[in-house]
Structure formats: C-alpha cells, structure tokens
Design a protein around this ligand. Structure first.
Ligand SMILES: Cc1ncc(COP(=O)(O)O)c(C=O)c1O
Ligand SMILES: N[C@@H](CCCC[NH3+])C(=O)O
Length: 442
C-alpha cells in the first residue's frame, strides 16, 4: 500500500488524511467524497517556487486551474504565492470571485469568445495567452474599443511529441493549439502584434502535453524556440521577456509510474534557458510554468461506498461503488489507472482480486480493473488515490447523478469547500413544458 502526503493508518486501522479519519469524513459528508490533503498541495507548490528561488531565477508558477477549479483551491493557490492559469470565462469568474489578484491571472484557450476576452480585459488580468489569428483580430478590435493595453504571450506548437496519451499531447505539429513554430505562422503572428499600440508582446508560450515523465520533450521544445528567437532577434529586434514552458509534469498514479522530482524539471528548464540566452547574448527571460496535475493530483483521494457485487465465476468479481465515470471520467477516457484500498480496513491484507464498477449505465464505466483487496462487504469504504487532478473538474451529471462534495483536510480539521450537488440542483436549469404538471418532489 502506497501512502503518501499526510495519509497514514490510524489506531483504528482507518485511512487518515490531514489528521482526519476518512471514516468520520464519510459519516459527516457521505460518499462519493473528494478529499484534498492541503499540506501536500502546499508542499508541491513550495517545491516549484523554492527551486526557482534557489536558482535565483525570476519566475511565475501558475496553477493550471483546469485540473481542479473552485473558489477554495484558487484561494489556496494565492496563499501559496502562485499565479493562476484559467482557460474559460468560468474559470476566470471563479478566480475573480475567489478574490485572486487579476494581475496574476493568465488566460488560455483556443477559442476565446468576445465575451471572455472582454471579461479578461475589463478585469485587467495579467496576460492573455494568444492561440490563433482569429484571437489576434478580436484582441486588436477589443483593446482599441476599450482603449486598453494588454500583455500577451503567443502560444507556439513546437512539433514535439510528448510521450503520453494521444489525447493529452498538445505540442505536436498536428494539434488544435497555438501557432506552428516552423511554417511561418508564428512570424505572421509576431508581425501582427509587434507594433500594435494596444498589445504588448511579453513573450512566448509552449505546452507540450500532460503526464510527462522525462525532461527530454521540454529541452527539445525550448531548443527549438531558441533557434527561432535567434531569428526573431535579427529580424524584428524582438526577444521574449517571458518564456512560459507550460505544465505537464507527470505524477505517480500507480506503482508503474516513476515520476521525476519536480525540482528536476525546473532545474533542467533553467539550465537550458540560461545556456541558450547566454549563447544569444540576450537577457535571461522570466521563466513561467503552469503545472496543474503535479500540484493537486496526488493530494486528492476519492471515497466511495461499496454497494452491489457480481461474481462471474472463473472470470471476474465486480464491486460496484456509488460513483464512477460521473465523478472520474479518466479511466473511460484515457484508460487511466488508479490504486485503491478499503479505507475502513487498512490492516486487512488483500486476499482477492476484484474490479471496481461505477454506477453509470455504461459497460465502460469501470474505475479500476483487477484490484487486489481484502474481501469487501457492502458498506465498506473504497479510497481511490491520486484523483485530485481532472477528477472533480471533469465530473458530470451523466445519468443525472449528483456531483460529489469536496473537503479540504489539514492539521486535523476538515472544511467543506464544495457541497454535494442535490437533485434540486440537477433540475434548476430546467424549464417545464407544462407548469401545471410540476410535482413538488423532494
Ligand atoms: C496550456 C496548458 N497549460 C497547463 C496545463 C496543465 O497541465 P498539467 O495538469 O499536466 O500540469 C495544460 C494541460 O495539459 C495545458 O493545456
Ligand atoms: N484532462 C487530462 C489532461 C488534459 C490536460 C489539459 N490540457 C487528464 O486527465 O489527464
């Protein structure tokens, strides 16, 4: 059993996180329940920030809030001195509502709408990461209309294949994101913005993918960008003040994952950027990164209650939980793997292999295949580890299942930060066809 962060087995043989017994959490808040180990998020944030500081590098570490966006996590990111990456009006709204300083917000997205860009400009956010020519047109028009200046980064796709699942690589040439680095697109984009009175080209952005376990891809992408910077220096007298190398640092989900310490990515990035800046004799750009998964992924645990069981003799035993692809779609979408334990019986040794089924009406709603567990009973609590990134944030209401509650735990205290969705919440957007037929269902 791999216990990490503040997780431990307590004297009752229960899983404890942040000094709080998960069995007590289930009693108080029910299941499915997302539990975040706040101390672990702080630790991860500090690892990134301190590494840059120790190396004496001007940097921004922006939490990619797509991994898990809520008012509480945004406030925690602020407490830890992080910047924030948002990717939609909704994430921006959440950040502003949470009181996050607008000047530390970076706005991403490959199809930002007029409303979203206007919202960002009006809030005076720190920087817009411009993805495409349509966005440049919109930005020129809107900044002029509002007589406002804005800092931007231009996002490039460097033609680097990150070794990860196809759906989560973004840096390769055939990608919907960013300006191609090699076919003239990025130069066209630079020419369009460089002398615009309202747009200030702060630098270049690049994100090669997610759940990456090597530094190679980052190094390659950075080298390719610097080859271009050499050209841009001659051609436009432009060199970036900021180089944003994105997120994507891999974490351990199961024993098959062997991630590098986060420090190693940062050190390698700094080394390569320093080396190339010196070669070109240019000022060292500020290095920005935007980790999502590596800040919150392993800090999240989902607690479920085991319900029905089905034995297919000589083939498989299914244990069904009270959630599934509605609260964690990653196994269905990416064949993502997780480890799990019985949170109320941690001292019992696994003596059978079971498969964990969700409750959605889909055969593909399987959370974990072939999991070693002690023989489980209805009512036992299953704790699935490392669900903190892209779990709750991709939760949905398929089959009209209510989204779980989320609690933060730290120093023996639990705080509810997202309440459980209710049936009333589920219908609150619905408008009836026949008002007179409406029942007063509870
Ligand atoms: C542009 C951008 N930045 C940052 C991230 C965060 O990635 P991760 O959660 O893998 O660190 C993503 C997601 O892949 C992204 O698309
Ligand atoms: N949602 C993906 C990562 C996408 C990253 C966003 N660009 C995952 O769960 O792994």
């Amino acid at each position: 059993m791999y216990l990490h962060g503040t997780s431990r087995v307590n004297e009752k043989g229960h899983l404890e996180i942040g000094g709080v017994d998960t069995v007590d959490l289930v009693e108080q808040y029910g299941t499915p329940l997302y539990v975040y180990d706040v101390a672990l998020i702080r630790k991860r944030a500090r690892e990134f920030k301190n590494t840059f500081e120790e190396l004496g590098i001007k940097a921004q570490v922006a939490y990619a809030s797509k991994a898990f966006s809520s008012i509480a996590i945004v406030q925690l990111a602020h407490e830890e001195g992080l910047s924030l990456d948002v990717v939609s009006g909704g994430e921006l709204y959440t950040a502003l509502k949470a009181g996050f300083p607008p000047n530390k917000i970076h706005f991403h997205g490959n199809n930002k709408s007029v409303e979203e860009i206007t919202m960002a400009l009006e809030a005076k956010i720190g920087c817009i990461v411009v993805d495409n020519f349509h966005e440049i047109d919109l930005l020129k028009e809107l900044t002029k209309q509002l007589s406002q200046k804005v800092d931007i980064l231009l996002r490039v796709t460097p033609g680097v294949e990150a070794h990860t699942h196809d759906y989560i690589t973004t840096g390769q040439e055939d990608s919907k994101f960013g300006f191609d680095l090699h076919n003239g697109q990025i130069e066209n984009a630079i020419e369009l913005v460089l002398h615009d009175p309202h747009i200030h080209l702060l630098g270049i952005h690049c994100h090669i993918g997610s759940q990456i376990f090597e530094t190679k891809g980052f190094v390659l992408a950075t080298e390719k960008i610097f080859r271009k910077i050499a050209e841009w220096k001659e051609r436009y007298s432009f060199t970036p003040n900021v180089l944003n190398l994105g997120g994507g640092f891999g974490i351990r989900y199961t024993k098959d994952d062997d991630p590098l310490p986060m420090k190693v990515y940062v050190e390698k990035m700094v080394e390569v950027v320093k080396e190339h800046s010196q070669q070109l004799n240019i000022d060292l750009p500020e290095i920005w990164i935007e980790p999502g998964r590596s800040l919150v992924g392993d800090a999240g645990t989902t607690l479920y209650t085991i319900g029905s069981q089905k034995n297919v003799p000589d083939i498989r035993k299914y244990l069904a939980i009270d959630g599934g692809m509605s609260d964690n779609i990653r196994p269905a979408l990416y064949q993502a793997k997780y480890e799990a334990v019985l949170a109320n019986r941690l001292n019992d040794k696994p003596n059978e292999t079971v498969s964990i089924a969700g409750k959605c009406c889909e055969s593909g709603d399987m959370l974990i295949w072939d999991l070693p567990l002690p023989e489980a009973k209805t009512g036992d609590i299953l704790a699935v580890f490392c669900t903190g990134a892209y779990g709750y944030s991709m939760a949905n209401n398929y089959n009209r299942i209510c989204r779980p509650a989320v609690v933060f735990v730290e120093n023996g205290e639990a705080k509810l930060v997202i309440r459980r969705e209710s049936y009333e919440d589920l219908v609150h957007l619905d408008l009836p066809l026949h008002t007179e037929m409406l029942a007063s269902a509870k």
